[in-house]
Design a protein around this ligand. Structure first.
Ligand code: HEM
Length: 179
């Protein structure tokens, strides 16, 4: 995973719980004094062990924690990549453009990023079907990113996780409804 994702997590933890908490999390997972650089790649296991440790000390179930992080991550990425996100004038257009525009630009900016495959269908005028497929199984992070994108455009959505790779499905299906 790219350093930018770790940096967003670090930012969130420091903002809500202080720098000592972040430092003690790194100590707990044997990554004392680790400093993440945005464009560089770090092992996925590092991210997962940090997230698990946060879940343990805050006593928050991992899906909720990862969803909350995804929501924060959207704002972080939108801020650090304003030129990409400003290309979209609506929530629907952005969600439709995740693979074909956003992650395509990410491939130009970062060397060998690990990105999911995301396809989008309009089920009717008020809902979208988002199919998430990735060996990293970060579907809860996707949910959070979608909530973050909705907040960015001032709309409210509800997401139904209709099928999930954590329950044996080959990919995840998210039904995103505007409310
Ligand atoms: C990685 C989904 C918007 C840049 C990821 C991952 C997910 C994801 C789930 C983790 C990797 C995986 O699951 O395989 C989404 C969704 C978005 C969205 C659902 C919108 C709702 C954005 C935006 C940017 C961005 C706006 C920045 C312009 C990245 C980067 C990575 C990433 C840099 C890390 C790649 C790596 O670690 O190698 N995306 N994304 N994404 N995304 Fe997105």
């Amino acid at each position: 995973m790219k350093g930018v994702v770790f940096r967003a997590l670090e930012d969130l933890v420091i903002e809500q719980h202080g720098i000592q908490t972040w430092d003690s999390i790194l100590d707990q997972v044997n990554l004392s004094d680790r400093y993440y650089l945005g464009p560089q790649s770090y092992p996925d296991e590092e991210l997962f062990s940090i997230v698990q440790e946060i879940g343990r000390i805050l006593n928050v179930p991992l899906p909720d924690l990862i969803r909350g992080f995804g929501q924060y991550l959207f704002g972080y990425l939108a801020n650090s990549h304003k030129d990409i996100v400003s290309q979209f004038d609506s929530f629907e257009a952005l969600i439709k453009g995740i693979d074909s525009v956003i992650h395509k630009e990410v491939k130009k900016l970062y060397s060998e990023p690990n990105l999911p495959s995301i396809s989008v269908d309009f089920s009717n005028s008020d809902s979208l079907i988002v199919v998430y497929d990735s060996p990293r199984k970060l579907c809860f992070c996707s949910e959070g990113l979608i909530y973050g994108a909705a907040a960015h455009f001032g709309v409210t959505v509800k997401i139904e996780h209709q099928q999930c790779a954590h329950h044996g499905a080959d990919k995840c299906i998210l039904l995103v409804r505007k409310v």
